[in-house]
Design a protein around this ligand. Structure first.
Ligand SMILES: [Zn+2]
Length: 59
């Protein structure tokens, strides 16, 4: 896996509505609630996350 691939697999979660999306850069406005929400990086690469790509501890 290259550095570029890691970036493309970043997961973002809207702190306002909980919308989660997999994109290099968080969308603005949020596609779900259509506001300029703050997105948290919830990406996880560890096996304990179940290989879903999202860290449940961060969501
Ligand atoms: Zn939102």
């Amino acid at each position: 896996m290259s550095e570029k691939d890691k970036v493309e697999e970043t997961y973002w979660k809207c702190t306002n509505c909980g919308y989660t999306v997999q994109v290099p850069v968080p969308p603005e406005p949020c596609p779900s609630c259509r506001k300029a929400c703050e997105f948290h990086n919830v990406t996880c690469y560890a096996p304990e996350c179940g290989f879903t790509g999202i860290d449940p501890r961060l969501t």
